[in-house]
Design a protein around this ligand. Structure first.
Ligand SMILES: [Zn+2]
Length: 347
């Protein structure tokens, strides 16, 4: 995807400008509408690209500037889901949220993000990455009155995601990422059909594929949950062996400041590793040396030509200045380590 060693990439979201959406709020409502909203989203996306490039991010993404939420914005565009008819459900066994209801067969009327991705493609010559929700995380954000089977609904979503992913690829997206935080929670379902549904979503793609599995944004419900996980977070131990044998090319995981034992990366040996070297739950900016230290520890378990320095998760809830400075810290830290590892033969 890129010839440079240790190419940097963000996991996903960036804070939006205050004129586009209320800052430091998840699912913040838009401040514009109609044609102004379309133009505002494009302007925000341009700014996100500009900042990534000037701050040394090698694989550019949209910073989720054109969507409100990483799961619901996709679901909003599907038939079969009723957004008026909401029910309260427990998300990832952690917090209650009012969610839309599946009332009929789900289908994708038209492409959801393809135009936005083509716009991103036109803004940069660097490789671009686009994130979609994973099937299992999608079903966990809905109430289902139609299929009455999480597995059935997941397979339907996987087919829809695959249509979207193929069109994103045709629009010039180099890397397609599926966000599956649900893999850190529902282990039995993940093993029974979750990884298989993810592979179905990624089927036939020439673009590289990534699965992002995290412990969530730095919001209170997630932080409270993390406090119950003990001193060693071994959740990845459940998914990594399956992913190592899967068709997915890369795994995005949390590392810096998390309690994830670094040697768990050994379980995905052979895959590319998007390693979280930036903590998104604190406003403290990492130093380049701290980033470098996290990367050096990971390099014991992943080959240098497979390491992609990254963030632990999205940065949407952070103040804008903090997110931008964290980007700079990420690329400065990666540069330190890049100088230390000898370039392997490029394939
Ligand atoms: Zn995440």
């Amino acid at each position: 995807m890129t010839s440079a060693l240790l190419p940097t990439a963000l996991v996903g979201s960036l804070p939006k400008p205050a004129w586009l959406a209320r800052p430091e709020v998840l699912w913040a409502p838009w401040e514009l509408d109609g044609a102004e909203l379309v133009e505002g989203k494009h302007d925000a996306l341009r700014a996100a690209v500009h900042e990534q490039e000037r701050r040394g991010i090698d694989i550019v993404s949209d910073g989720e500037q054109t969507r409100q939420h990483f799961v619901t914005t996709f679901i909003e565009h599907l038939d079969g889901v009723d957004f008026e008819n909401r029910e309260t459900v427990r998300i990832r066994n952690r917090y209650d949220a009012s969610v839309p209801t599946v009332v009929g067969a789900v289908s994708r009327r038209q492409p959801v993000f393809v135009q936005d991705a083509a716009f991103l493609r036109a803004q940069t010559d660097r490789p671009i990455k686009w994130a979609l929700p994973g099937p299992m995380t999608m079903i966990d954000t809905l109430s289902d009155r139609h299929y009455r089977s999480r597995e059935k609904l997941a397979w339907e979503f996987a087919a829809i995601l695959n249509q979207e992913a193929r069109e994103l690829e045709a629009a010039g997206v180099d890397i397609i990422q599926f966000d599956e935080p649900a893999f850190n929670v529902f282990f039995d379902e993940m093993k029974d059909w979750g990884v298989a549904a993810l592979e179905r979503a990624a089927e036939g793609l020439r673009a590289e594929t990534v699965v992002h599995i995290c412990y969530g944004y730095g919001i209170k419900a997630n932080n409270d949950w993390k406090a119950t996980l003990g001193s060693e977070w071994r959740q990845y131990e459940e998914s990594f062996p399956l992913l190592q044998r899967s068709t997915i090319d890369a795994v995005s995981l949390e590392s810096h400041h998390s309690h994830v034992p670094i040697d768990l990366i050994e379980l995905i040996r052979g895959k590319k590793v998007m390693l979280g070297a930036i903590d998104v739950s604190t406003e403290t900016i990492e130093t380049p040396e701290e980033v470098a230290e996290t990367l050096r520890r990971a390099l014991q378990f992943v080959d240098a030509d497979k390491l992609i320095p990254s963030t632990n998760c999205g940065m949407a809830p952070l103040p804008r200045r903090v997110a931008l400075e964290k980007m700079s810290a990420l690329s400065a830290g990666a540069a330190l380590v890049r100088d230390e590892v000898s370039a392997p033969a490029l394939v």
